[in-house]
Design a protein. Structure first.
Length: 256
């Protein structure tokens, strides 16, 4: 599998396209997953009922959308791994509560509480973003952001970046293959010179490709907005989903 194809395999909708979650308006899903993340992030240290409620909501949405657990893990681990790796250092740095000596290191109860809280919040936020991407296409998310009055320049940058990121990755793969075919095997620090020239060449190629794309789009009458085949429609099911989710999370947060 090529690098671009591998990247596309880690994005885009999965599960059952006919599920009730997939059919929801992208604005409702975006606001709903933001509400889950904000509820977890705003919860105080060690507020486990709130974390459990948010995790239960995400589990229910994943089950309703029929998104496999292994797919969620494959997409979430790239973000969770470095965050949890850094969080593992907290119990040995933070001080408070009971302390246990582990050789030259000291493990504190307060640090363990911080570790658990960070892990719970990071997991909920990451899984929420993964489920949003698994049930909503990237263009639909951008349309939802535009409908929610996010500045157009932000959505345009996000759209162009997503569209051509995989193109640049494929270009980089071809350049690296060309270097390898010519016997490039960096063994010392002097080999970074070739890497610098590779980066400069990639920048020039990306700039030239961007100019060609701009001229092609301008020649086709592009004015900054893409034509939409179907307008967004916020239906009763979307309002019901969002209301039940927000009310439930708010009640859980206030009760906790």
């Amino acid at each position: 599998m090529s690098a671009g194809a591998h990247g596309l395999a880690l994005t885009g909708p999965v599960g059952d396209p006919a599920s009730p979650v997939h059919r929801l308006d992208p604005r409702a899903k975006l606001l709903g997953f933001i509400a889950i993340t904000c509820t977890a992030v705003s919860a105080p240290l060690g507020d486990w009922p709130v974390y459990a409620g948010c995790a239960l909501a995400l589990t229910g949405l994943a089950a309703a959308a029929r998104v496999p657990a292994h797919t969620v893990w494959r997409r979430a681990r790239a973000v969770l791994a470095p965050v949890l790796l850094v969080a593992l250092l907290v119990p040995f740095v933070d001080r408070g509560g009971e302390e246990v000596a582990l050789g030259p290191l000291t493990l504190s109860a307060a640090g363990l509480a911080v570790l658990g809280t960070v892990a719970a919040k990071a997991t909920i936020g990451t899984v929420g973003a993964v489920l949003l991407g698994a049930t909503t296409s990237y263009p639909a998310v951008l349309r939802a952001l535009e409908a929610l009055r996010v500045p157009r320049v932000c959505t345009l940058i996000a759209a162009v970046t997503y569209r051509y990121l995989f193109v640049l990755v494929e270009e980089l793969s071809r350049m690296r293959a060309a270097l390898a075919a010519r016997g490039y095997r960096p063994r010392t620090a002097l080999g970074v010179a070739a890497t610098g020239r590779l980066a400069g060449s990639l920048f020039l190629r990306a700039h030239a490709r961007g100019e060609r794309v701009h001229l092609a789009m301008a020649a086709r009458g592009y004015t900054g907005t893409m034509p939409q085949l179907e307008p967004l429609a916020f239906r009763r099911a979307d309002a019901t989903f969002l209301a039940l989710l927000v009310v439930g999370l708010l009640a859980l947060r206030v009760a906790a």
